[in-house]
Design a protein around this ligand. Sequence first.
Ligand SMILES: Nc1ncnc2c1ncn2[C@@H]1O[C@H](COP(=O)(O)OP(=O)(O)O)[C@@H](O)[C@H]1O
Ligand SMILES: [Mg+2]
Length: 318
Amino acid sequence: MSTMPASLTAARVAIVSGKGGVGKTTVAAALAIAAARAGKNVLLAEMEDREAFAPIFGLRKLAYTEQTIAPNITGLTVEADEALVDYLRMFYGIPTISRALMRTKAVEFATQTAPGLKDILLIGKVKEAESRRHEGAHVFDFLVVDAPPTGRLPRFLDAPRAVVELVKGGQIRTQAQGVLDMVTDPKRCQVVLVTQPEEMPVRETEETIETLSKMGITLGPIVMNGVWPELRSLGKEPEATLRAAASDAGEDLSDDAIRVLAGVATTHARRARNQRKAMKTLANDVSLPQIELPYLFTERMGRPEVEQLAQILSGCVS
Ligand SMILES: Nc1ncnc2c1ncn2[C@@H]1O[C@H](COP(=O)(O)OP(=O)(O)O)[C@@H](O)[C@H]1O
Ligand SMILES: [Mg+2]
């Protein structure tokens, strides 16, 4: 077990990733809220999915351009075509390229010609925001990226290195080197993996950690999302225990009700136990701190629920 302090803001950029569906988007939003609460000026960026954060912040979808979505939080959807426009403007001084034209053909052409270009455009946009300064000071104190799922993450983060190795010189190489410098600098960038306390996601998380470590990428704490509460043991005779507890509480439950309840409680307890086991496995295998977020038994994960998770993450934000 690690004794490292769990800091989610140890680097200026937190790349939030994980297997699809584990709660990346939710955790990224909660982390942005927690950091904003701590007084940071936060950029929350999503990659080519304009609708991911919108419901959490009460919007239908995010705009392509940066917009304030909550106090201290700027939302941004990074799109490869928009990033390409930026890129051409910046490096080749082409200011009036038609966005509509770009959107139809250029990216399609470019990404087919050079796979990996799309990834470097996306992550290059993050780097631009990370390095952006106003009157000498960084515009954003902290950047949270809702990154591609772990299956795509190594390729995504490796794109700049591939370009540096391929291109011998010039602006494109300089740009790629700049992105590579950010991605491999522990003060500027760390990957925050979100996982769930189940055998398969934990195994995939361990594999991702190994891959990223070999690439020289720094890993932050692991966010263990969806942890069930531990239940008091009902002992060897759950039905008798429940019947006694019910009568203590002045409830008169039928045998059927007791049987159903005992079944649910036993299943729940087993699941909670298996979760602890998965968390222990991860703690034994890797020396990264784990931050636990509870499973919220709610019909809808809206702003209040995400705020609740943010409150917990506040302890790991400095
Ligand atoms: N701690 C949690 N408790 C309950 N539901 C959660 C929790 N975290 C995420 N969810 C829900 O799980 C689903 C997947 O979460 P999401 O953040 O969209 O995952 P991802 O971005 O990894 O695909 C969403 O419906 C979300 O509201
Ligand atoms: Mg998502």
